[in-house]
Design a protein around this ligand. Structure first.
Ligand SMILES: *[C@@H]1O[C@H](CO)[C@@H](O)[C@H](O)[C@H]1NC(C)=O
Ligand SMILES: *[C@@H]1O[C@H](CO)[C@@H](O)[C@H](O)[C@H]1NC(C)=O
Ligand SMILES: *[C@@H]1O[C@H](CO)[C@@H](O)[C@H](O)[C@H]1NC(C)=O
Ligand SMILES: [Cu+2]
Length: 364
């Protein structure tokens, strides 16, 4: 009797222990931590000082209207705010960023089942926040607004059921619409579980099945709707005018913050597995865009395309395997937007191996 009872007790204890271990294993949540600050910047929409679409100086090209400063026009440099990523909670060491992303914030990546901690440090002089827009993420206090100089950690939970790639934008929503015109937006991408890897220890995480990811935001930023318009006008020594020409000259038809092909190279290699994320916010009524690639076709949900319609608030991705060497146009096909500078270059480089790389067996 005594024997049975102690055996029974052991059995119950073991079962409970096993159940407990099982629960720990199955509910284990992967945590990813991001440190992101909002900072005020001066942004130049045409840093190459040249209309590279028409190969003309800005002053004598159609870009003049949007990019050249004079007594009544602000030109191409505006005060803005943008998100910067840091290595840790001290917010001293910035994470290296791809210059081709322009003023678009860092890519926030996660996997199905993750818990993302987004520590936000508001270094700007206005109240701002970080909020994932139309997403499947469960967030705690999504509308929490951070005062200038304060920090706050948002928690975003990714559903375990996500089994494909999903992309959205995050943005500041302390003063929705205006905050985005200020420049506070960035992409968030969720992958199926076990997709992200570090190719070498300490390098940024990336999805194992891709060679390259390209992020482009195609949108109209109305600098007249930015909180910094007064400051931008003061710096340019231009009066805040009330005429339609002034308003239009402050509407920037850009891709990642660059107009008239002033973007740093969107670079890829021939035969790479490239995933291209195309995002559009479109906060105005003139904001449906048609993304169009020259020199390549892409696969979107199994369909081969070279044009994608982006209705306002569209977040899409396509897969591309570049098979045309050279420099190609990526632009909005809406004529008025293209004419206003919504155009960029991407480069496809072909690597030629000649045996001198030291990989051949006989070279030892
Ligand atoms: C400033 O530039 C605009 C647009 O290019 C032009 O219409 C306007 O006449 C210019 N103003 C002056 C004072 O040169
Ligand atoms: C992904 O999940 C959906 C429903 O949640 C399901 O219908 C689909 O078959 C799944 N796809 C894969 C590849 O597992
Ligand atoms: C531009 O901004 C000013 C000041 O914020 C506002 O009064 C005006 O209505 C805006 N104009 C347009 C066309 O948005
Ligand atoms: Cu467009």
């Amino acid at each position: 009797m005594l024997l049975f009872s102690s055996f029974h007790r052991l059995w119950v204890t073991t079962t409970i222990l096993l159940l407990f271990i099982h629960v720990i294993i199955t509910v284990e949540v992967i945590e990813r931590q991001y440190y992101i600050a909002a900072e005020e910047i001066e942004w130049d929409y045409a840093p190459k000082n040249h209309d590279l679409l028409h190969d003309l100086p800005l002053e004598s090209s159609p870009a003049r209207f949007y990019t050249v400063r004079n007594e009544t026009r602000i030109g191409k440099v505006y005060h803005k705010a943008m998100y910067h990523q840091y290595h840790d909670n001290e917010f001293r060491r910035r994470v290296a960023r791809d210059p081709a992303m322009g003023f678009i914030g860092p890519v926030i990546r996660g996997e199905a089942g993750d818990r993302l901690y987004i520590t936000f440090f508001n270094r700007a002089k206005r109240r701002y926040s970080i909020h994932p827009y139309v997403s499947d993420l469960a967030t705690t206090s999504p509308s929490h607004i951070v005062e200038p100089g304060d920090k706050y950690t948002y928690i975003w939970d990714v559903p375990v059921t996500i089994n494909d790639t999903r992309v959205w934008c995050y943005m500041s929503r302390a003063d929705p619409v205006h905050d985005v015109h200020d420049g506070l937006l960035g992409p968030v991408v969720i992958y199926p579980a076990n997709t992200l890897q570090r190719p070498t220890p300490g390098s940024p995480e990336r999805p194992f099945m891709l060679d390259r990811e390209i992020f482009t935001v195609m949108t109209i930023t109305d600098e007249n709707m930015s909180h910094y318009i007064r400051q931008s006008a003061e710096t340019a020594n231009v009066p805040l005018a009330r005429d339609p020409g002034f308003f239009e000259s402050n509407r920037m038809y850009h891709i990642n913050g660059f107009v008239f092909n002033n973007n740093p190279s969107l670079h890829m290699y021939y035969g790479d597995r490239v995933r291209w994320y195309i995002l559009s916010l479109g906060l105005g009524d003139d904001d449906p865009h048609t993304a169009h690639w020259h020199g390549a076709t892409l696969l979107q949900h199994g369909h081969r395309m070279d044009v994608v319609d982006l209705m306002p608030v569209s977040f899409e991705w396509l897969d591309m395997m570049p098979d045309n060497e050279g420099q190609w146009l990526f632009h909005c096909h809406v004529t008025q937007h293209f004419d206003a500078g919504m155009s960029a270059f991407y480069q496809v480089e072909k690597l030629e191996y000649n045996g001198a790389e030291g990989w051949d067996e006989d070279e030892g």
